[in-house]
Ligand binder design. Structure first.
Ligand SMILES: O=C(O)CCC(=O)C(=O)O
Ligand SMILES: [Fe+2]
Length: 272
């Protein structure tokens, strides 16, 4: 069982709901980063079987297994997909030294549109300055369920976020987030370790809910990432529906957004 102090809080969860990602800078200690970097360079990280519990995938001794067994990482996992998620797949994503072409914008496998969601970790084991091509993500894109490269025609978005970070940084994203690898102008290979996990329990109040009624939460859910223009209204409604799902409260609202949509009077006016 994860110690409560490692769980996410409600404000972090609200950011995940609004933005589709959370970032944890320099979370993984240096020795582990170096060991995982070496493991990736040696092609030494074994592939697991999809649908098997994550806990059964990598031995205790393996550096990458140790990263995902860190209590801080276990706290993130528990808060989003529960205590015993399934391993879906992982990939060691590389961008060759001197590669001057970026990847097209895409979303990874989105086959259905349930509220239930997978998470993807993007783990950077070495320093990743802008010129090295960290992954670019589009905050707030996770409710636009697109089929893989349907969005490849786009090049740049207002408020797109290039991941620029120090070694040991982990991003955790909703599986719907739009993203793409960036060019690498350095003379070193860029690595990013991606891991996708599936929940095995209903994703409701799995985090530390002590601050569930924090007055900052509606404001966090109201964020405007700008790239969608006036459609921010649609996104606020998407977030309210997702927050309701996560907290198990089908009356939750921000302002009067859902109240307005759910106002379906059935009273027939009687003749005077
Ligand atoms: O390498 C990256 O930064 C992203 C790679 C990616 O998203 C993919 O290949 O699906
Ligand atoms: Fe991808």
């Amino acid at each position: 069982m994860v110690d409560k102090k490692y769980l996410l809080d409600s404000k972090q969860m609200a950011h995940f709901v609004a933005d589709g990602y959370l970032r944890f800078d320099e979370l993984v200690p240096t020795e582990l980063n170096e060991a995982v970097h070496a493991e990736m360079e040696d092609h030494g990280i074994g592939r697991g079987t999809a649908g098997v519990p994550l806990s059964a995938i990598w031995p205790q001794s393996s550096p990458i297994g140790s990263v995902f067994r860190l209590p801080e990482v276990q706290g993130i996992i528990h808060s989003l997909v529960g205590p015993d998620p399934l391993y879906d797949h992982h990939a060691v994503h590389t961008v060759n030294a001197g590669r001057d072409i970026g990847q097209h914008w895409h979303a990874d496998a989105i086959i259905d549109t349930r509220m239930h969601f997978d998470i993807q970790f993007f783990y950077f084991a070495h320093d990743t300055p802008r010129e090295m091509g960290g992954t670019m993500i589009l905050p707030g894109s996770h409710y636009r369920r697109v089929c893989e490269s349907d969005i490849a025609r786009y090049h740049n978005f207002l408020e797109q976020l290039p991941i620029v970070c120090k070694a040991g940084t982990i991003f955790v994203v909703h599986h719907g987030i739009w993203h793409c690898a960036q060019p690498n102008q350095t003379d070193r290979m860029r690595y990013m370790f991606k891991l996708r996990l599936n929940p095995t329990v209903r994703q409701m109040c799995l985090w530390n809910t002590d601050d569930l009624d924090d007055p900052a939460i509606p404001g966090i859910l109201n964020a405007n990432h700008k790239w969608y223009g006036n459609d921010v209204r649609l996104e606020i409604v998407n977030r309210i529906k997702f927050w309701r799902f996560l907290v198990g409260d089908d009356k939750f609202d921000v302002g009067y957004w859902m109240g307005r949509l759910e106002n379906l009077p059935e009273n027939v006016l009687e003749a005077a």
